[in-house]
Write a protein that binds this ligand. Structure first.
Ligand SMILES: *Cc1c(COP(=O)(O)O)cnc(C)c1O
Length: 356
């Protein structure tokens, strides 16, 4: 391992916090390394969590070369800690970097950096039911120059912080507004990359949905505004007849979720055949109205499974499954989280155990 571990001073050592809303509190340490043309990746270290000092002309502030990841560390019943598919996460980080013309990282060193940071900060991994330590790897362009071209230097860093249970108030469905004005991403664009600009582009539709009483936005494709893509920052699934699951086929503008990929593998083993298809939003609304669709849910690391109880479209409302979490969503949620928290054996080789 070539990560230099910096000691913390007493001022840099805040008391451990294990209960906090998502994304508000971060642990005492962070990982970082730098890339330049001359030196390649260098100065890998885990040191105190602290502000980053950048030149105001740094490329990230102007042209948005920025990517990130989101993954979690889960407290096992035996006290040790699990990472969930960190290798797929690292691979996606590099796919995002490539799309944004940024320098990728060595995937093994990246996973090792996460594992080492989590090991050092293991006390920050909560034990409460449904909680976790959220891990946010990030890569930003740091070249101090305003020319429009790929940056010649990068900063890679990883921060971690406790995340309380997503469903603290119960496994309750969300309402989703189908976006008929804005799109999130287009084919050939950056929708498949976890890059900040996609989220910046989505905020306005999120605000519109919130003003109409919905918690999330359902995104349609950017060409015909007809085919279902994602829900908020999650992939989306529809359950037919309490059994068969449909999820949109990756279109180039859909982000390839690791939760989605895990469901493609897990759901059939639990007796739910799952297909990837181009899904017309009008068919979805028809099938909700007829009762053919019995459940809908989002899938992503934050919630794992987020049941959807109602869809709004053109001032009409379509209620799914009586606006209550359905049995398939509950079953998938339990089965996947059982693997993540190490409550059952992991037949898929998805977890990486960190001994603490
Ligand atoms: C991160 C993300 C997802 C879900 O990916 P997971 O790997 O399952 O967490 C889906 N859509 C978007 C837009 C995302 O940013």
């Amino acid at each position: 391992m070539n990560i230099s571990i910096q000691p913390l001073t007493p001022e840099q050592t805040k008391p451990v916090v294990t209960s906090s809303a998502f994304g508000k509190v971060f642990s005492n340490r962070m990982y970082s390394q730098k890339w330049t043309v001359d030196k390649g990746w260098h100065d890998a270290e885990i040191g105190p969590y602290k502000p980053i000092v950048l030149d105001p002309s740094s490329a990230v502030f102007h042209y948005g070369q920025e990517i990130f990841e989101g993954t979690k560390a889960y407290r096992r019943a035996d006290g040790h800690i699990n990472l969930f598919r960190p290798w797929e996460n690292a691979a996606r980080f590099n796919r995002s970097a490539k799309r944004m013309a940024m320098q990728g990282v060595d995937p093994e060193s990246h996973v090792e950096a996460i594992a080492e940071l989590v090991r050092l900060e293991h006390e920050w991994v909560p034990t409460a039911d449904g909680s976790s330590l959220y891990i946010r790897p990030t890569l930003i362009a740091t070249e101090a120059a305003l020319g429009v071209h790929a940056s010649g230097s990068y900063l890679h860093f990883i921060i971690v912080g406790p995340a309380g249970a997503y469903f603290a108030g119960g496994f309750n469905p969300v309402g989703v507004l189908i976006a008929d004005e804005y799109v999130r991403a287009v084919r050939g664009g950056t929708g498949a990359a976890k890059t900040g600009g996609n989220y910046a582009a989505s905020m306005i539709a999120g605000d519109l949905a919130a003003a109409k009483g919905y918690q999330q936005v359902l995104w349609l494709d950017g060409v015909e505004q007809r085919y279902v893509e994602e829900v908020g920052a999650m992939n989306v699934c529809f359950v037919y007849g309490g059994k068969t699951i449909k999820t949109p086929l990756l279109s180039g503008s859909i982000l390839e979720g690791i939760t989605r990929d895990s469901l493609l593998r897990l759901a059939p083993d639990l007796g739910y055949p799952i297909t990837e298809e181009r899904i017309d939003a009008h068919d979805i609304l028809r099938d909700i109205a007829s009762g053919a669709i019995t459940e809908a849910f989002g899938a992503g690391t934050a919630a794992v499974i987020a049941p959807i109880g109602r869809f709004g479209f053109m001032d009409k409302e379509y209620v799914v499954g009586g606006n209550a979490a359905g049995p398939v969503a509950k079953h998938l949620y339990k089965s996947l989280t059982d693997i993540q928290y190490g409550r059952v054996a992991d037949p898929y080789g998805w977890t990486m155990k960190i001994e603490v």
